[in-house]
Design a protein around this ligand. Structure first.
Ligand code: ZN
Ligand code: ZN
Length: 427
């Protein structure tokens, strides 16, 4: 009998067994934490309660915590960054980030723990990331004898408006708390089933650029168009012409997206307005394709305005919104494969898969200081397998999105993250 037990114990790696058990022991409390965070979403740059919640739990787990780390361009805005440090002897420094902000979305999941903040929702799963970080933080504090070095856990605000990472770095993050040798983060993924982890070496998420175009004309009476230069018609032509940038100008094997997501113009049906505003989001991976695409977005509206006879002093106005734009997210191949291997040992080969690059964007890559610090953004599956197969799985940012199986999603994320950290900081 004893021999059978011993054989069974040897069949399962001891470390895997204990980590799984540790997470299982914590999971009920973590589910409560997750549900609490889900009910109290806060918009980007307004994460006052969320950051305090995260900070107090990290303090409870024995970390040295500093709050309100970060500086935005607006000196009157408070940046709610949280930094939690645990020093554990000589060794590498590893930064692990969670984001904290939610979205201006009215939740329609019907969950009993749905948002209690009207019009705001954790529709991108940052509540999952925070809970995963908290669960991992506790286990890593308990397992101090198994790693060495310094762990810096970051609660980043304002990810959805790509301002938080930059804000924290602007506040001398690395001078104050130490410059990491590696940085990792985790994001939930609606294209991957709950219970799985995904990784992608190299270019993973696109660069994003926000562009505002003001199409100007000369307004007048709707019944006398010949006395005007109609910016509504010109805006319509512009929108269609912009669609030829990707289809006709960029190389087919280098992805790009040009989306006009919002149009604003006019007051009344019989008035031709003076101007129409277009709000664009542009996504690319390749830096050259990024610049060429932005150049085209300047050139095409100008040419169309000339063709329409709009005077030079009413030419379209192009505005690149710098603070809503960010470079592509690049996963360091060596760090990514190292962490993927650790996750695979913990979860098994069938539960750790390579995923496709995505046109969504992130500002986590900024923590890598132009690729001088290896960074890796991993993804944790959050989809319902049946809905995924049927094509009905709500995506991130949907009012109907929530992880299919929160307990499984959290357990998987924590086991993956802890095993990755233990590998990078191994004794
Ligand atoms: Zn998001
Ligand atoms: Zn997100």
């Amino acid at each position: 009998m004893k021999r059978i037990v011993l054989a069974l114990l040897l069949a399962v790696p001891l470390s895997a067994q204990s980590l799984d058990e540790r997470v299982s022991r914590e999971i009920n409390g973590l589910l409560e934490t997750y549900k609490t965070l889900h009910t109290m979403p806060e918009l980007s740059t307004q994460e006052v309660k969320t950051s305090a919640f995260l900070a107090s739990h990290l303090r409870d787990h024995g970390y040295e915590v500093t709050e309100r780390v970060g500086k935005y361009a607006d000196p009157n805005a408070t940046c709610y960054g949280v930094v939690a440090v645990m020093k554990n002897g000589a060794g590498p420094t590893l930064l692990v980030r969670t984001d904290m902000d939610a979205l201006p979305v009215t939740e329609s999941t019907g969950l009993e723990y749905a948002s209690q903040n009207a019009g705001v929702m954790h529709a991108c799963g940052h509540d999952v990331h925070m809970t995963t970080l908290l669960g991992s933080a506790k286990i890593l504090a308990d397992l101090k004898s198994q790693w060495k070095g310094t762990l810096i856990l970051i609660g980043q605000p304002a990810e959805e408006v790509v301002k938080g990472a930059e804000g924290m770095l602007n506040d001398r993050l690395y001078e104050r708390f130490g410059k990491p040798d590696f940085a990792i983060a985790l994001h939930d993924w609606a294209a991957l089933e709950s219970g799985k982890m995904g990784y992608r070496a190299g270019e993973f998420m696109a660069a994003t650029d926000s562009v505002n175009l003001t199409i100007r004309g000369l307004g007048g009476h709707g019944a006398a168009p010949q006395t005007t230069k109609d910016p509504v018609v010109l805006a319509a032509e512009t929108i269609l012409a912009l669609q030829t940038i990707v289809s006709r100008e960029r190389p087919p094997l280098k992805p790009a997206v040009v989306t006009v997501g919002k149009i604003e113009g006019g007051t009344k049906r019989n008035i031709i307005p003076d101007e129409v505003k277009l709000y664009l989001t542009v996504r690319t991976f390749d830096p050259a394709v990024r610049q060429q695409t932005l150049d085209s977005i300047q050139r095409i509206p100008r040419g169309l305005a000339i063709a329409a006879g709009v005077p030079d002093d009413r030419a379209p106005v192009y505005e690149h919104v710098d603070h809503e734009s960010v470079a592509a997210t690049y996963n360091d191949p060596a760090l990514t494969s190292r962490v993927a291997a650790a996750m695979t040992r913990e979860l098994g080969k069938e539960r750790v898969v390579e995923v496709d690059p995505a046109m969504v964007s992130e500002d986590f890559g900024l923590f890598g200081l132009n690729r001088t610090i290896p960074t890796a953004l991993l993804v944790v599956g959050a989809a319902d397998p049946a809905k995924l197969a049927a094509g009905t799985q709500p995506g991130l940012h949907s009012s109907r999105f929530s992880p299919a199986d929160p307990a499984l999603t959290l357990k998987t994320g924590i086991r993956a993250l802890v095993s990755g950290v233990l590998d990078v900081l191994k004794r």
